[in-house]
Design a protein around this ligand. Structure first.
Ligand SMILES: *[C@@H]1O[C@H](CO)[C@@H](O)[C@H](O)[C@H]1NC(C)=O
Ligand SMILES: *[C@@H]1O[C@H](CO)[C@@H](O)[C@H](O)[C@H]1NC(C)=O
Ligand SMILES: *[C@@H]1O[C@H](CO)[C@@H](O)[C@H](O)[C@H]1NC(C)=O
Ligand SMILES: *[C@@H]1O[C@H](CO)[C@@H](O)[C@H](O)[C@H]1NC(C)=O
Ligand SMILES: *[C@@H]1O[C@H](CO)[C@@H](O)[C@H](O)[C@H]1NC(C)=O
Length: 952
């Protein structure tokens, strides 16, 4: 290595000194070692290059002449080298080929390369080279045959000296930033076969002397600012196979001499300003496979000679001013795969020759935005290979042909913006691979065919602005790939199939301006559907249309709190900050909606009777059972909804006689959640309990499953967990009885502090204790294999005496028959902002890490005193993102709740916020588990506690 360093220093500083110092060294070895020292080789591709070797011939990428043992080729394509092109290579006097393509070389190209006078091939393409190319580079380039600088960042003009390279066969300067005119004489490089100057900013015309380029095979000038007419001389380049002049400003008409280019199979002139008619002589270019004249100003009729182009595969005439009918002769173009005639002024009926089925290779046919009239031929013949058919924006009449069912490979079918009438044929179901069906803006009538459910790949269904009637078929909910559905402006009626909520990929579902009625589907996309997508359906109900559904959603009424306040038992502090009581009809009758009144009252009465009989005759048994918690106290079985079973896990006297009063009292509702309403009541021994009535009755599992799960939940005992004390079960009514926590929910403490009482806000110490306690509670749940699923601030209750948090409502998702994500997310939709991202992703298993996410959001909520998602005037602020952004900007302290008035230790608050952010990592495995969270929190807290102890 020292030898290398010494050599390298001398060499770099003064190349002239090197020779005398290293006479014994092989020049090639020296040059390559110096080259190696100049570049970074992160993948070790040059590991075999050892400066102690006498010869470089065995090294990776190096080829020698077998007789002279001199390096003649260096091929380092894709070696991942970065750095600059040093001078080392100049030592390789015999080098004929230098290929360094697809590396990360930077800096400019050194003029000294000109000294490599044996060089034939120079390929520096696909690097990061920049600056202008020095004119000296090509001063003496007698033997250079191929030069590629493609895909670098070279700029300036193309050096004039290049025109001296009279033996140049291939020049590729594409995808750089070369600008200005071309060097005069470039069109005289008569040996050249491939000239690629595409994707630069060159401004020049094509000189008439192009006629001297008799060897030219490929001319690519695409994506420059070239202008002027194409000189007729181009017709002398008889070997031309590929011409790409697209995306320039060429103008004028096509020279007739094109007809001499009989070998040309690729002609792309799109995106210029060519005008005039397409010359009849185009038919002479028989080899043509691709003819793209799109986006020009060609006009007049199509020449019938197009029919001579029997090899034509791709024809794009889109975006011109062509008119008249499509010539019948084109039925001979039987190799045609792509035919785009869109955006012209073609007239007449749809050409028979297309639909008669002689074009069996056709995959793409676009006749849109013309003036085609008449009907679509009913028979699609053998167009069974068609993948894309666009006839939109014409004046087609008649009906949608049944033949579309024959299009077995069709992806996109667009017949929109015509005057089609009749109904959508049920044969559409035969087009099984259809992804996009566009039929909007026609005069279609009849129903949406149910057979459409066979088009399982459908992502886009646009039927708006027609006269379709009847219901939306429920089979549509089986099209699980649907993303964009527009059925607006029709006469659709009936109610919406509930199962539509199962469509997991919906982005748009517009049913506005119809006659639909009944309730909007709940859950999934429909929870966030925009009001404009459902407007103007006079009988539709549900939250998005701002109209409640009769008998389904309770009507809210505001009660005078003064008139009911007295029924609150003295042991019940009124919930914090509660100013008016908004209750629903269902709350007034305490249990269930209108239809449930009788059953509810009876259920409670029976419940009481049962309980009384328990205490009267079997209290010992009941107590035994409750103590053990295994043996069930079972009631006489009955199918009647009124006979139920009460089970208490603890030894409390389960007397509901006062409870019944409380249950029926409208003022005893504590709150509502996704799983039901909660009421408070007091047992005979003044033991207060909270009773949750599950509103998801219909979803609850069988009695056995229900009891097994509840008993499992009932075994959880932890100071930071709300204890589940018992349950009551009938097939139609399930109550969960749990410990009553007096201080109200954390949500109320954080967000509903009463205005008159600003002192009620939590201190930093309170907040930290709540975070730590909640973490401990969750860690305990996870330890017993229970996922909470619904962690949020309204499910963390605060004990008013100790200030300790208690986690409530855990594991209720287990009571549902299946952990269906749809059910889950619609049941806990109120937990907006807490829901871990994996809930949206069907393929990711939901683990306890979803609680960690919710906990992370909760932490940020507690520290910032802001809701996870705040709706501002015209903005939605997502708390995690805001804190994350502030942390990145170093302003994280601004996120701490202003209520704390700076009264907090930053050395605790900032790590706690960072912890919150880690818990809200998008990837579940990146989140710590709750046990780790507890440890981290204790570490964050410890130092200051230690200090306090020292101070005391
Ligand atoms: C160039 O470098 C970038 C990072 O600097 C790397 O991602 C890329 O793969 C490299 N390209 C090649 C061709 O080595
Ligand atoms: C020019 O080089 C680029 C990049 O290596 C390559 O993609 C392109 O095909 C070349 N042009 C011709 C006409 O060979
Ligand atoms: C074409 O090139 C010749 C020199 O090769 C020059 O004299 C002539 O002006 C050029 N013509 C155009 C139209 O640029
Ligand atoms: C035809 O050309 C237009 C404009 O260049 C382009 O947008 C369109 O995609 C092309 N059609 C096909 C079928 O490739
Ligand atoms: C309720 O009582 C308070 C005082 O006890 C009174 O100020 C308030 O106006 C009463 N509200 C109603 C609606 O009567």
């Amino acid at each position: 290595m020292t030898r290398l360093l010494v050599l390298f220093c001398f060499f770099s500083l003064s190349p002239l000194l090197v020779k005398p110092l290293s006479l014994s060294l092989n020049d090639d070895v020296l040059g390559l070692i110096v080259f190696k020292a100049d570049v970074q080789d992160p993948t070790g591709k040059l590991a075999s290059w050892d400066e102690d070797d006498d010869s470089a011939c065995g090294w990776a990428g190096v080829k020698c002449n077998s007789r002279s043992n001199q390096v003649v080729e260096l091929n380092l394509d894709g070696f991942s080298l970065s750095g600059r092109l040093g001078r080392g290579l100049l030592q390789l006097k015999s080098l004929r080929k230098l290929s360094l393509a697809k590396n990360n070389l930077t800096g400019s190209i050194n003029a000294n390369f000109a000294r490599l006078d044996n060089l034939r091939i120079l390929d520096l393409s696909e690097n990061g080279l920049s600056g202008s190319v020095p004119d000296e580079l090509f001063q003496q380039c007698g033997s250079l045959k191929s030069v590629s600088f493609a895909r670098n960042k070279l700029s300036g003009e193309i050096p004039k000296s290049l025109t001296r390279c009279s033996s140049l066969v291939s020049l590729n300067l594409s995808s750089n930033q070369f600008s200005g005119p071309l060097p005069e004489g470039i069109w005289s490089l008569s040996a050249i076969r491939v000239l690629d100057l595409s994707r630069n900013a060159l401004e020049d015309g094509i000189n008439e002397s192009i006629q001297r380029m008799k060897n030219l095979r490929a001319l690519t000038l695409k994506g420059n600012r070239m202008y002027g007419a194409v000189p007729g001389g181009i017709g002398s380049c008889l070997l031309l196979r590929s011409i790409d002049l697209s995306e320039n400003s060429f103008s004028g008409s096509l020279p007739d001499t094109f007809s001499q280019l009989t070998l040309c199979n690729y002609l792309d002139l799109h995106g210029n300003s060519f005008s005039g008619e397409i010359p009849e002589s185009i038919g002479e270019v028989r080899a043509l496979e691709t003819l793209d004249l799109s986006d020009n100003a060609f006009s007049g009729k199509l020449p019938t000679s197009l029919g001579n182009l029997v090899s034509l595969k791709v024809l794009n005439l889109s975006g011109n001013s062509l008119s008249g009918p499509l010539p019948e002769s084109m039925s001979s173009c039987q190799s045609l795969q792509v035919a785009d005639f869109s955006w012209n002024s073609f007239t007449g009926g749809l050409p028979d020759w297309i639909f008669k089925g002689r074009l069996q290779e056709l995959q793409t046919l676009d006749l849109s935005s013309n003036f085609f009239t008449n009907q679509i031929p009913t028979d699609f013949g053998d167009l069974s290979g068609l993948q894309f058919l666009n006839l939109s924006n014409n004046s087609l009449t008649g009906s949608v042909p049944k033949g579309i069912g024959m299009l077995k490979k069709i992806d996109v079918l667009d017949l929109s913006d015509n005057r089609l009438n009749g109904s959508i044929p049920s044969e559409v179901g035969g087009a099984g691979s259809l992804k996009e069906l566009w039929l909007q803006n026609n005069e279609l009538t009849g129903n949406i065919p149910a057979s459409m459910d066979k088009c399982y790949s459908l992502t886009t269904l646009l039927l708006s602005h027609n006269y379709l009637s009847g219901p939306i078929p429920s089979s549509m909910s089986r099209l699980g790939n649907l993303q964009i559905v527009d059925l607006s402006y029709n006469n659709l009626s009936g109610s919406l199939p509930k199962q539509l909520a199962n469509l997991a990929h919906l982005l748009t579902f517009n049913i506005s301006h119809n006659q639909l009625q009944g309730q909007l589907p709940l859950g999934g996309f429909f929870n966030t559907i925009s009001p404009s997508s459902v407007s103007e359906n006079p009988s539709l109900c549900g939250a998005p249309v701002n109209r409640s559904c009769p008998g389904v959603l309770p009507k809210p009424i505001v009660l005078n709190p003064n008139s009911t306040g007295d029924t609150v038992s003295g042991s019940f502090p009124p919930p914090l900050g509660r100013k008016r009581i908004i209750l629903s009809i269902s709350a007034l009758i305490a249990i269930g909606a209108a239809g449930m009144i009788v059953i509810g009252v009876i259920a409670i009465t029976v419940l009481n009777l049962r309980v009384q009989s328990i205490s009267a005759s079997r209290s010992a048994a009941a107590l035994t059972f409750s103590g053990v918690g295994d043996e069930l106290f079972s009631e006489s079985p009955g199918t009647d909804a009124n006979s139920g079973k009460l089970v208490m896990f603890s030894t409390v006297d389960p007397d509901f006689s006062t409870g019944a009063h409380a249950l029926l009292n409208k003022d005893c509702e504590l709150g509502r959640g996704g799983f039901g309403a909660v009421y408070r009541t007091i047992l005979r021994d003044d033991h207060p309990v909270a009773i949750k009535k599950l509103t998801v009755s219909s979803l609850v599992k069988s009695q056995d499953d229900f009891e097994r799960e509840v008993k499992k939940l009932g075994k959880v005992r932890h100071p930071n967990i709300v204890a589940l004390e018992g349950y009551y079960w009938t097939p139609s009514l399930q109550l969960l009885i749990s410990e009553f926590v007096s201080g109200g929910s954390l949500y109320k403490h954080l967000h509903e502090a009463s205005a008159g009482d600003s002192k009620s806000s939590l201190s930093w110490n309170d907040r930290f204790n709540i975070i730590l306690g909640t973490a401990k509670g969750l860690a305990h749940l996870h330890q017993t294999n229970i996922i909470h699923y619904n962690i949020k601030s309204s499910n963390v209750l605060i004990d008013s005496s100790s200030g300790d948090p208690k986690v409530a409502d855990f594991g209720l998702a287990r009571l549902l028959p299946m952990l269906d994500r749809y059910v889950l997310s619609s049941k806990i939709q109120s937990a907006l902002g807490y829901m871990a991202p994996e809930f949206a992703c069907r393929t990711v298993k939901i683990t306890e890490k979803c609680d960690v996410y919710g906990f992370g959001v909760l932490v940020l909520e507690i520290v910032a005193g802001k809701r996870p998602v705040e709706y501002m005037e015209d903005d939605v602020v997502v708390l995690c993102e805001m804190v994350r952004g502030s942390l990145e900007d170093g302003r994280v302290e601004e996120c701490v709740d202003g209520e704390l008035k700076g009264n907090y230790p930053a050395e605790e608050a900032i790590p706690v916020m960072k912890l919150g952010l880690i818990c809200t990592s998008q990837v579940p495995s990146n989140r710590p588990d709750m046990a780790e969270v507890v440890k981290i929190l204790e570490l964050i807290r410890c130092p200051s506690e230690g200090m306090e102890e020292e101070l005391v």
